[in-house]
Each structure stands twice: as C-alpha cells, then as structure tokens.
Design a protein around this ligand. Sequence first.
Ligand code: ADP
Ligand code: MG
Length: 237
Amino acid sequence: MMVLQVTGENVPQPIDSFVYAGLCPFVLNNIKKSGYLKPTPVQKYALPIIMSGRDLMACAQTGSGKTAAFLLPVIDALLSDPRDLIISGHHCEPHVVIMSPTRELALQIYSEARKFAYGSTVKTVVVYGGIPAYHQAQQIMRGCHILVATPGRLIDFLSKGRITLSSVRFMVLDEGDRMLDMGFLRSIEEIMEHPTMVPKEERQTCMFSATFPEDIQHLARKFLHNYLFLGVGIVGG
Ligand code: ADP
Ligand code: MG
C-alpha cells in the first residue's frame, strides 16, 4: 500500500500529468524527450509545491524519482525568470546549489540536469573531491547557474573564496540521511550558515531523504522556511 502524507499549511493540489505542472514548454519538451510519460507519486506532489515557491522536506525511497522532482522546477525557474550570471574570472556565484553525498550521485544529478536543460543557456557544473581541484576551479570560473557539489569540495571552494553563495535562489540537499550517515552534519551546517549565504527567507530550500530520523527533522526545522513535509512510501525513522 502506498502511504502518502503531506503536512503544512496551504498545500498545493497534486498534479496527474506534467502538462498541468505549469512548466514552460521548453522543459515539457525535454521531459518528453527523456521518455517520462507521467509523474511518479513524489513528483505529483513535489512539483506543485516547489513550483509554488514553497520550501519542501520530502521523504521517499530510492528510485522514486526525487531528482526530477527538484530539477524540473529549478530549471523552469531559471528559464522563466533568467538572471545574469556574474562571471568575474575570480569566483563563481551559482544560482542553484545541489548538495549530494557522493561523487556518483552528484554525477547522476549533473547528467539529469544537463538532460532537462538541454538546448538552453543554463550552465551546470559538478564538483567533488578525490581528484585535484584545478580543472573544476577552471570550470566554475567560467560561471554556472546550477552547481552540483559534494560537501567537502564545496567547502574547499568556499574557504578559498572561489564560490560565494550570495546569488543562491535554490538550495537543494539531496540524500539527507546518507549525508548524515557519512558524517557531513558539520559540513552541511557550515555551508548553510556560510557568511555569503542568502537568508532562508530569500531563497527556496528543498531537502530530500529516504528516511526521516530525528536529526533530519532537526535540519529541516533549522534550514527550511515555512516548509511543507511530503512523505511517500514506507518512511522510517
Ligand atoms: P531517487 O532520487 O528517488 O532515488 P531517481 O530520481 O534517481 O530516484 O529516479 C530513479 C529512476 O527513475 C531514474 O532512472 C529516473 O530517470 C527514472 N524516473 C524518474 N522519474 C520518472 C518518470 N516520471 N517516468 C519515468 N522514469 C522516471
Ligand atoms: Mg536521489
């Protein structure tokens, strides 16, 4: 049985088709090209919530389609309300930051983002640890709208002043429970509380997790603003 729970005030109506999500034709066309016929349960609820500008804490099991649930509204916002990229040749000011616990997951999000933004001017860059930072530094210096990053490498660039968070419109924390299992709590706090970070009232923040233990609930209360909770499937914790 599919367990579904949405809590919070003024919950937007779920959608049954991508066509009713209010996405621009460009994004709808890329969805079609990717072969997605209809939204998964988490997408049915998460899309209208994020499209309406609300913060979201979503829990759904692995494989339920959480990536597109946040990428589609994010790319739509970048296209519908384009803002200039500041390219200084010294640092990078991403408009969207997506945090992912591992290089593999970061690369998956990166390729999905490229797929849904294909043919647009939206620039996506991925950074992760385990390899020298030089090439990644060169890439971010050319400017990026969407930055997909593992916490350690992001902090590395932040501490060198190579990335600033003062133009962030969307902050996405993917795989929250895995982040904490991997010991990234301090890193997440450091990023979310970075001196350059846009206040939570002035950005949109979305957290995704497969489970909802107390430490994730704590993070949600701390870093989300007037958020909705969405639980799909068997939610533990
Ligand atoms: P999660 O992040 O919840 O673990 P993913 O976003 O990685 O799940 O999605 C799992 C798989 O399902 C991916 O291969 C993705 O391309 C596919 N997928 C996601 N949404 C849809 C959809 N609406 N229709 C068909 N396939 C989808
Ligand atoms: Mg995922």
